[in-house]
Design a protein around this ligand. Sequence first.
Ligand code: ADP
Ligand code: MG
Length: 735
Amino acid sequence: MSQYSRAYPRYSAVLASKQRSIPTFKGVDDVCSSADVFGCDTFNYHEMSKTLPDSDVKLLKEYAVMGGEISLELANRVALAVKQWATAKGATHYTHWFQPQTESTAEKHDAFLNVDVGMKAIEKFTGELLVRQEPDASSFPSGGRRATFEARGYTVWDASSFMFLASTENGKTLTIPSLFISYSGEALDTKTPLLRSIRCLNQEAVKALSLMEDETSYVTVNCGPEQEFFVIDAALYNLRPDLVLAGKTVLGAPPQKGQQLDDHYFGPINARVINMMMEVEHELMRLGVPIKTRHNEVAPSQFEMAPVYEEANIAADHNRLLMAVLRKVAQKHNLAVLFHEKPFAELNGSGKHLNWSLSKDDGTNLLQPGDKPQENIRFLYFLAAAVKAVHDNGDLLRVSVAVPGNDFRMGSNEAPPAVMSVFLGETLSKVVSNLKAGKRMSSEGSSSDTIDLDIAKIPVIDKDNTDRNRTSPFAFTGNKFEFRALGSSQSISIPITYLNAAITQSLCDMNTYLEAKLAGGASRDQAVLDTVVKAFVDSQAVCFDGDSYDVEWEKEASKRGLSNLRTTPEALEVLTHDNVVDLFVRLGIMSHKQEIMARYNVFMERYVKLRLIELEVAQELLLTQVYPAALSYQQSWASSLSAVAGVLGRPPSAQKKEFEGYVSSVDALSSAMQELGGVIAKVYKLGDGKEAAEYIASEALEALDRARALADKLETVVEDGLWALPRYRELLFSL
Ligand code: ADP
Ligand code: MG
């Protein structure tokens, strides 16, 4: 075979991707309506009611909002009922499904099948098996909290999230959402701290309402995450080891056409992709995940799906399911989904906007300005608490989104910067500044942008007005906050947990202040407004309605004393700060400092390991793909030149000059590769902690950038038939 066979797999993959047929899915024709299908594979309250007494269903409903204990008797009855339901639908196995501190979920399946003494098969599932399992946990990250010899961690049923049937072509598994805890009771997962944060925020919010004489039995945290991702053809994906192993391209020259024409955003969705999405939605519908929106995103081959918002713990489980089902169904459609925050250089990366709000037991949204004065006072109280949270604990919000892939987005011109600020919009900002100025509006005043301190009049807040600024990391959007700094690959549990913690603390401070005012004899409305004003005045520095992408904002933010933690290793240090440790421990979200330090270690190690994969994949691709292609081209060019020189008696001058330039580029690549080798060796020497992480963030990535720039330049010069790696234009425009 000639050397040009190098590009054959690439050409064939491009052709294959154009010739794919679109798989259909079972059930597509007999779907009556979404309502019939919704949740049909979940053991929801409706299913429970068919076999469990009403009193049991009531207990489970109460547990879902208040937490508490589930008795073994109740667990036994639920186990029996769910076994009957699941096996009748074809399930053969069950598994606890949990969320260790990795990017994916974990499960270990057990058959219902047991054999009795007479060798007769029986199906067994008890309350004990439902409530608690002991997987061998030695290989999950624990940040040094468990030595391998004491590997016993256990998983505990989370009765607040419905069990569901995970289906494959050949069978079904009863899947039980679970917590993952060490033998000594420390949280080893992302769900346990999330649940704790929801409970403590509930407590403080209920207390705030009761101080305002607005009773509710509980307050719910609601979240709606907007998931962004790229979709590319599977054959092309498989020819890119960097995508397969690191989730992102570490090399690749940007195509002449990227996103500059703005022709992808909200355009018609590609046929292969929309058909895949439809199957994803159908499968998620069965699992009770209410997917609501789908659309093209800014970059070519980039998309977004979002559910109807749900209670935070359920939203977090469902986002994990969305990601898992997308991955699985995409494979069936010969597609690959990329959740990495920055799979392609010079194109927009992917994030995950987290919409967040609080509601009362009757569903009233606490971040919704209302018609009645009391409702507006309440609204201002919770609004102020959120602003104060970003002010007092901005660093905590920053570290909640510190995942390695996000470093390539945060602060560049497409994603909110690493400075945490709040956008309130023109109308609300005016309301707040009037409040701070103590402006009273007399009863004859009807101007819509001022507030009457006596009756707390708030003008209607136009959604368009609040939604115009897309550059703020934390924006008020009419009746909720949108935390926009999340990375697309991350579990939303950690950002919600940290945000809940920060808001609980604000509410706690405000409640204390309010209680003191009330004790001092102030009228309730005046005391509440005083508390609100104080919170806004104290948090002034963090409010910013301008363009957060503007470099001027960075300077201004620094003057205002706001921190700007650009890289993951820098941001992770926040977890070691005394105020953060105190906050987590005081609120009971973590048990003690060591538990937080364990997380710090896990995140730091993860940063180093992921970056090492990127560095090493790049090194190998340069060595085995780019460099050999460059040398082959050099050789054929050299032979051609010398042949021509033999005929003419002298080399053709322009070609010779160009060739010399080319040779020096290849030479520069060779040096850069050696440099990269040295950098990787140094990372290994530094270990997998802070020192290595800092070295990577400051120097190693720069060495990679230098090598990449040379390789990407060569990609645009070397003869196409010698180039084996699918190019950006093929990855992004072949569907
Ligand atoms: P955008 O216009 O910002 O792209 P989308 O419609 O894509 O908005 O997504 C908005 C998300 O916000 C959805 O998941 C939606 O359910 C969620 N959302 C709406 N209202 C609330 C609320 N009160 N609390 C939390 N999330 C909400
Ligand atoms: Mg959206």
